[in-house]
Design a binder for this molecule. Structure first.
Ligand SMILES: C[S@@+](CC[C@H](N)C(=O)[O-])C[C@H]1O[C@@H](n2cnc3c(N)ncnc32)[C@H](O)[C@@H]1O
Ligand SMILES: [Mg+2]
Length: 361
């Protein structure tokens, strides 16, 4: 899996069918809902409307890794409403500006589905921006507020060592770093650190002075080993289903060895250290959100299978072909149903991290 493969195959399952992201993203919706309060506070306390010359210039907002909807619409509506409210309450006689919302995702994202379902009564002009958020996406100093939810923990690349048979970080027989040797986890952590640096560098160019960057991403608590993470175990189980299939000749084992998922779950401490390193931003706030939705929305093993299928199908098809996907997720559903963690929600240690950064003057 090269970085080019990731770019072109990572997008969530398009369309609006039963296994699409649109139909299987209530979990991520829970994060957007839990974030509302943090966003409102950030805009009320840290968004300085007097610093931005508006009218006739619009306020520009971007959502990075927006996917196909509908969660992005809810997030963007909330941001626009909160900024408008600020103009009404604090702006004196100044006119409420126009708003432009830029919806960003990888080129392989199903933007047609996104555009078709844009809310008809939206209070903003909408545009799609294709490309990776690890690079520059917008002109210099053109954005006032950048938001990203459930996306910044996706990596741009698989660390080379993880795919190198001669390295101690060679990830044989697994597709993720959960339950892998420490070297695998460390290689993933290094890649995440690099990617975060690229994200911050690019955003620093694009934001106006005083502009805000609000990132929401999945993580694990500070005191915990990665194998305790429920999410990690569940992803690991996709790998173990693939290995079962390799044993009976349904997939090529070498392909499992070289396949690895481009995701990393940082701890709050780790993330804080990385963002504080940036010379362009002041660190405003960090919080841990509680997503109430996982166990409400993913009640059955088959719903969990659909959840992961909507996320990973593109990458899995690229590596293993389309023919194995139904069988893989049938096996996965059975494995989840038999596993003890499924019955015990307490094992789920995944947390949602929020960081708020402000572009320095
Ligand atoms: C789980 S979805 C989240 C979608 C939406 N933000 C939500 O909350 O429902 C993650 C999205 O991030 C996108 N993504 C991941 N890495 C990206 C990158 N480097 N550049 C642009 N989009 C990326 C994926 O394509 C996917 O659509
Ligand atoms: Mg592997």
């Amino acid at each position: 899996m090269t970085s080019e493969d990731i770019k072109t195959h990572m997008a969530m399952k398009g369309g609006e069918g039963p296994d699409s992201y649109v139909q299987n993203s209530t979990y991520q919706r829970g994060i957007v809902e839990a974030a509302t309060e943090n966003i409102n506070e950030a805009i009320a306390n840290q968004f300085d409307i007097n610093a931005f010359p508006t009218s006739p210039n619009p306020i520009c907002v971007a959502d990075l890794g927006c996917s196909t909807g509908p969660n992005t619409f809810k997030a963007m509506q909330n941001i626009v409403e909160a900024i408008k409210l600020k103009y009404i309450s604090k702006g004196g006689n100044s006119k409420i500006p126009d708003f432009v919302v830029f919806f960003n995702d990888q080129v392989s994202n199903d933007f047609n589905t996104l555009f078709k379902s844009l809310p008809p009564n939206r209070q903003y002009f909408a545009a799609g921006v294709p490309g990776s958020f690890h690079g520059l996406l917008f002109p210099k100093a053109s954005l006032h507020f950048i938001h990203s939810s459930s996306a910044a923990h996706w990596l741009s690349n698989i660390p080379v060592d993880v795919m190198d048979e001669g390295s101690p970080a060679w990830n044989k027989g697994r597709i993720f770093y959960t339950n892998a040797p420490k070297e695998v986890k460390d290689a993933y952590a290094t890649q995440f650190a690099k990617d975060m640096e690229s994200i911050l560098f690019a955003r620093a160019q694009e934001l106006v002075s005083g502009g805000l960057l609000a990132l929401f991403l999945s993580g694990i608590p500070d005191v915990m080993s990665n194998s305790d993470s429920h999410t990690g175990i569940e992803i690991d189980m996709i790998g173990s289903c693939l290995m079962d299939m390799a044993k009976v000749g349904l997939v090529n084992e070498a392909k499992v060895d070289t396949f690895n998922l481009p995701l990393y779950y940082p701890t709050p401490k780790e993330l804080k250290a990385l963002v504080e390193r940036s010379e362009y931003f002041s660190f405003e706030r960090m919080a841990i959100l509680k997503n109430q939705k996982k166990h409400v929305t993913l009640q059955s093993p088959s719903m969990r299978a659909l959840f992961f299928r909507a996320l990973f199908e593109g990458l899995l098809v690229k590596q293993f072909g389309n023919e194995i996907i139904d069988e893989l997720f049938d096996r996965y559903t059975e494995k989840v149903a038999r596993s003890s963690f499924f019955l015990n929600p307490e094992i789920d240690k995944t947390i949602e991290l929020f960081v708020l950064l402000k572009r320095k003057i």
